[in-house]
Design a protein around this ligand. Structure first.
Ligand code: ZN
Length: 391
């Protein structure tokens, strides 16, 4: 595998490290120093990092990699994702999930797709299950799926507070979190439950119930779509502050077609930080490749779109350029925080021996230019070098 030396680049690891030279090889970051000699005779390819920022590749912990939707009948099932739908947004790690449909979307299909994306060059994990309770697993139960299937890191997206959920009881929900946690402990994996939050009036009460009535820590639950309404956003902030909970903001809504009460992810991040939520407790995910109903200003249904993984980077950039969040803070929800929750110790950071998942952007405009996944250049200076098998 090729060696790359990125010279004179501003490193955000996500904390700012100043101007550095970064050497990659064998899929890893080999060396970081103020000045590294370019041994071009040994086949080291130099990438000029002058005027650029180097950041960890983004981690998207909620992507419908085999497609989602179907809520308007079979013709509204969204298609499978392609490799460059992911890499063009600077995302180098995804966690695949099923959604509302746990019938025509299956765990076998999800695992095969994850394997395919991994073969195409990015890092891919999955959750077992779908919205449904009891959880439809591959082996028959949650613990076995997590322990025996390498790519399964947790359960999800389990739907609560939603008309499309299985309407589980709080006890049933707690049991899912417990099984997922133990599965994680026995396999040295995250054991994370990704929780789809709907508009229901009970909001985050199920999660509060688990924390108040069991010994399970908040790290095993990641509720998503917290920014779907101002009401839920406020409850999320309260849950994070009073119970140490983690909250995930969905990025894929089109900023031009937000629901009246919906909060843009970058704005939600700013709101949460201003309210005193520690940045470590906030994550972003795209909900990519899920179906996205589009309404006009009068609420008239215009059609169905498909959620984009690239929205993660857009919201990171908007958080800095529009909402005034410091780059190192805006990076945490898309790099270090999901890496910690998912227990991916070589991801979400720039340090020696970490995976060479790296993105380069213009220092002024933050426009994404170059993407490296596991040491391979996927995109160089906006030119796509690696495409998916059928692209
Ligand atoms: Zn969802």
């Amino acid at each position: 595998m090729k060696l790359y030396l990125i010279k004179h680049v501003q490193v955000y690891a996500p904390q700012p490290q100043g101007c550095r030279d970064v050497l990659t090889g064998g899929g890893r970051i080999l060396k970081i120093a103020k000045e590294l000699p370019a041994e071009e005779a040994y086949g080291v390819e130099v990438i000029d990092g002058t005027g650029k920022i180097l950041m960890p590749g983004l981690i998207d912990a909620h992507v419908h990699i085999v497609g989602g939707g179907g809520e308007g009948g079979a013709k509204t099932r969204t298609p499978e994702i392609m490799l460059t739908d992911i890499t063009t947004g600077g995302v180098t790690t995804v966690v695949g999930t099923l959604g509302t449909d746990g019938c025509t979307r299956t765990m076998t299909n999800l695992l095969a797709k994850a394997k395919g994306l991994e073969e195409e060059g990015i890092t891919t994990y999955v959750y077992t299950g779908s919205y449904q309770v009891p959880v439809r697993t591959l082996t028959g139960n949650i613990q076995d799926d997590i322990i025996l299937l390498d790519r399964v890191v947790g359960t999800g997206e389990i739907a609560i507070s939603d008309h499309r959920s299985s309407q589980p009881t709080k006890e049933e929900f707690a049991k899912i979190v417990a099984d997922t946690r133990v599965g994680g402990i026995l396999s040295a994996k995250a054991g994370l439950v990704n929780i789809h939050m709907g508009d229901g009036a009970e909001k985050l009460d199920f999660l509060r119930y688990v924390l108040a009535n069991t010994q399970i820590p908040s790290e095993n639950m990641l509720p998503t779509h917290i920014n779907r309404s101002t009401t839920l956003m406020k409850d999320g902030i309260d849950y994070a502050k009073t119970m140490g909970g983690y909250i995930d903001l969905t990025t894929s809504s089109d900023p031009d077609f937000l629901e009246p009460d919906e909060v843009k992810a970058s704005t939600g991040l700013k709101m949460a930080l201003d309210a005193g939520v520690p940045v470590e407790q906030i994550t972003f995910s795209s909900d990519g490749q899920g179906s996205l109903p589009i309404f006009d200003a009068n609420g008239t249904f215009l059609g169905l779109g498909v959620g984009k993984v690239t929205s993660m980077y857009r919201e990171l950039r908007d958080a800095v350029l529009q909402d005034g969040v410091a780059l190192e803070d805006a990076l945490m929800p898309v790099t270090a925080n999901p890496a910690r929750l998912l227990k991916l110790s070589a991801k979400g950071k720039i340090e020696e021996q970490a995976d060479a998942d790296l993105i380069l952007a213009d220092a002024k405009t933050l426009k994404l230019e170059t993407v490296m996944a596991k040491g391979v250049l996927m995109i160089r200076q906006k030119e796509i070098l690696v495409k998916g098998t059928f692209e």
